[in-house]
Design a protein around this ligand. Structure first.
Ligand code: ATP
Length: 364
């Protein structure tokens, strides 16, 4: 696919060759990453892959062990250089457990980092942010009077109030229920884009990353596996881990012939693989185009094993028969309006844009 156009603005954060260990445990290795002005970059990956460690290094909550951190073109972290504490870095922090000051009102909480402004200005700026996050009418409330989601929005407004050049957000929506989460994600993205700050956001949720991010850095075991736009990661994954991280896939093996691999449901291109090579074929459930057959020929065998309506989509377990008599069980995801009966004869075709072919693991 053609690369998405990259924003041209200057980096507000640059990390070079970051390595970090806790005792003998290596948490982050050889990480380089930039966040440009107005850009949201998501650190995505499974639990323990080093996302929070990277954020804490940028925030100054961990002392840098190896590598270099630049904020707005100025090196603020380099081993041997004096550690710059979090409050001296122009970054806004919104962590999952960001606590509000219980004895201050919502308005005072948001105005907390704005002491430099005269009282009226401070109030105006705080109210403006509360308004943008739908919280203006709670300005005089105290934290204990708010729900968890409301408290998170106030914490976010407080972090954004001093107009930091960089926002660091660590799973900021994780304690919200699904419906509220969608709304607050939406509001947060809106405010970040309006303020024009760069943002580095940690999440383990691929959908959240795809919604929030201009670019995603997908991590595994302390390394960045792939860095790119949501579309690049979803549509041009560099390895099987990246494919699997975005959801369940059907997997099978085949042999490359004339640049293609044959599967019982159709052929897929195998770019970069040699003829005769064993290939690992990864088929996203939505790549299977399933059509009900009203009058199947007598020798037709492909059929639906099970169908579940999940709302917008239905999940089908299907049995696909190849010409050579082989049968294959696959999962297909189809629009929710299509809910065939068990046993329904079908034909299956392949949308190869959602099929990914890699060399089969040696010895597999
Ligand atoms: P999660 O999504 O679960 O928060 P993460 O990707 O943010 O995970 P980190 O919190 O950065 O991962 O942790 C990376 C690795 O370092 C993990 O293996 C973790 O157990 C380890 N680790 C993190 N903090 C410490 C610490 N203070 N002392 C020792 N080991 C730590």
């Amino acid at each position: 696919i053609a690369p998405d156009t990259a924003p041209e603005s200057a980096p507000v954060l640059a990390m070079h060759n970051i390595r970090h260990a806790y005792g003998h445990h290596l948490a982050v290795e050889d990480v380089g990453l930039e966040v440009r002005q107005g850009e949201v970059v998501c650190l995505l990956g499974p639990s323990g892959c080093g996302k929070t460690t990277l954020l804490r290094i940028v925030a100054g909550l961990e002392v840098l062990q190896q590598g270099r951190v630049e904020l707005d073109g100025v090196t603020i972290g380099r081993p041997g250089q004096a550690h710059v504490p979090p409050e001296k870095r122009n970054v806004g922090l919104a962590f999952q457990d960001s606590a509000l000051f219980p004895h201050l009102s919502v308005l005072q909480n948001v105005g907390f980092g704005l002491e430099a402004l005269p009282g009226r200005e401070r109030r105006k700026r705080a109210l403006e942010l509360l308004d943008q996050l739908g919280m203006a009418r709670y300005a005089e409330s105290y934290p204990h009077m708010l729900s968890g989601g409301q408290q998170q929005r106030v914490a976010l407004a407080r972090a954004l109030a001093p107009a930091p050049q960089l926002m660091l957000l660590d799973e900021p929506f994780s304690s919200l229920d699904a419906r509220l989460r969608d709304r607050i994600r939406d509001d947060t993205l809106h405010v970040l884009k309006r303020v024009g700050a760069g943002a580095l956001l940690v999440t383990h949720d691929p959908e959240e990353a795809m919604f929030m991010a201009d670019r995603i850095a997908l991590m595994r075991d302390g390394h960045i596996v792939q860095l790119g736009t949501p579309r690049e990661l979803y549509c041009a994954p560099v390895d099987p881990f990246v494919v699997s991280f975005f959801g369940e896939v059907n997997e099978l093996e085949g042999e490359v012939r004339q640049g293609r691999v044959a599967t019982p449901v159709g052929e897929a291109p195998a770019p970069g693989l040699a003829d005769g090579q064993r290939a690992r074929v990864m088929i996203r459930p939505e790549a299977l185009r399933v059509v009900a057959l009203e009058e199947p020929p007598a020798d037709h065998h492909s059929h639906v094993i099970m169908a579940k309506l999940l709302g917008r989509t239905s999940l089908l377990h299907i049995c696909a028969h190849a010409g050579d008599g082989r049968e294959l069980h696959l999962h297909a995801r189809v629009p929710g309006v299509f809910l065939p009966d068990e046993g329904q004869p079908i034909t299956v075709r392949l949308d190869t844009s959602q099929v990914f072919v890699f060399p089969a693991a040696a010895g597999a």
